[in-house]
Design a protein. Structure first.
Length: 142
C-alpha cells in the first residue's frame, strides 16, 4: 500500500494544494488526509472513490496498481447491487467468492444485503480473485 501514500502525495503536489484544502474539497478532516500522508491509515472504499473522483483518476492508479491515470468513470452503484452483478458477470456462485478463504461468507451476505460495505483489503482480494481492476469491482468503469 505504500504506493497509495506516494501517489496521493504526488497528486496533492501536482494539483498545488495542501492537505487542508483537499480535506475540505472531499468532505474529510485535514487530520484524516495527514494520517494517509504519514502512512498511519488507509482510506475506506467511499473515501478512496472520493479521492479518485477528485483527482480524476482510477482507484487502481491511486493504489499504485496501474500507471494509466486519467479515465472516465461513472458513479458507483450500491455495493449490494454490484456484488450481485459480479456474481452473474463472472458466472459464479456465491460460494465461488467466499469459498476461496479470502472472503468470509458473512461478509459476502452482509454486502449482498447492504448491511456493510467491503473494506479496501476485501475489494483488492476480489479484484485479484477475478483478475480485474478495482474500478470494475466497484462498478466505476464506464
Amino acid at each position: 500500500m505504500s504506493n497509495f501514500y506516494e501517489t496521493l502525495k504526488d497528486l496533492i503536489l501536482e494539483k498545488n494544494i495542501n492537505n487542508k484544502i483537499l480535506a475540505a474539497e472531499i468532505g474529510l478532516s485535514a487530520s484524516c488526509i495527514t494520517d494517509y500522508a504519514l502512512k498511519n491509515a488507509l482510506p475506506s472504499i467511499r473515501t478512496l472513490v472520493r479521492l479518485a473522483d477528485y483527482f480524476n483518476c482510477s482507484t487502481d492508479y491511486l493504489l499504485g496498481r496501474e500507471s494509466d491515470q486519467y479515465l472516465h468513470f461513472k458513479k458507483c452503484p450500491p455495493f449490494s447491487e454490484q456484488i450481485i452483478f459480479l456474481t452473474k458477470y463472472f458466472g459464479c456462485k456465491p460460494v465461488d467468492i467466499y469459498g476461496s478463504g479470502k472472503i468470509s461468507k458473512s461478509n459476502y451476505f452482509d454486502w449482498k444485503k447492504g448491511k456493510r460495505q467491503p473494506t479496501l483489503d476485501n475489494v483488492i482480494k476480489l479484484a485479484e480473485r477475478f483478475d480485474c481492476r478495482i474500478d470494475f469491482i466497484l462498478g466505476r468503469e464506464s
